[in-house]
Design a protein around this ligand. Structure first.
Ligand code: DLZ
Length: 162
């Protein structure tokens, strides 16, 4: 079981001034995704990122396609993906969660634009609620915002052709 101590720390002095970050989120399990969205917005605001595009797609399976479209637009420095996949009684859980994760990784490697994986893949609603808490609590959307900014800065430092 993961605890707070297992989570990544954020580098000192990280800031998002001037970065353009878009959010791509699924409409499945919208109540929990909205909580992740609040967390992502909170994380971006804390780091000084104020330009946000917010794109919705039907479900998490569609997230990689939308993330690729946004990443290719040349208008963003990073993309944050938000979705919630809850295990049901069919194999859909494995298919949707694995394809979403694989697709997101492919998009960031193919486009060179960082794509943060703010998706919950959980057993039940209780686990989803515990990972999408309000200010001061555990929120995977908020963590994804910090990841997006950190990786955008890394990309700026190491991938820039200037
Ligand atoms: C079909 C489906 C199922 C069963 N479960 C989820 C889920 O828990 N979370 C989610 O984001 N989407 C789910 N979907 C929808 C798929 O992601 C996708 O939208 C459809 O299969 C249509 O391509």
């Amino acid at each position: 079981m993961a605890s707070g101590d297992d989570r990544a720390t954020t580098p000192d002095g990280l800031n998002g001034d001037g970065l353009r970050v878009a959010i791509v989120r699924a409409r499945w399990n919208a109540e929990i995704v909205d909580r992740l969205l609040e967390g992502a917005k909170r994380g971006l605001a804390d780091l000084g990122v104020d330009l946000i595009d917010d794109v919705t797609v039907p479900g998490s399976f569609e997230i990689p396609f939308a993330a690729q479209a946004v990443a290719c637009s040349d208008h963003v420095d990073a993309v944050i993906c938000l979705g919630v996949v809850i295990r049901g009684e069919t194999t859909h859980y494995e298919i949707v969660s694995e394809e979403a994760a694989r697709g997101v990784q492919q998009v960031q490697l193919k486009t060179g634009i960082p794509v943060a994986f703010g998706l919950l893949t959980v057993e039940n609603q209780e686990q989803a609620l515990a990972r999408s808490e309000g200010p001061g609590g555990h929120n995977v959307g908020e963590e994804a915002a910090l990841v997006a900014v950190e990786m955008a800065r890394l990309s700026e430092r190491w991938c820039s052709t200037d």
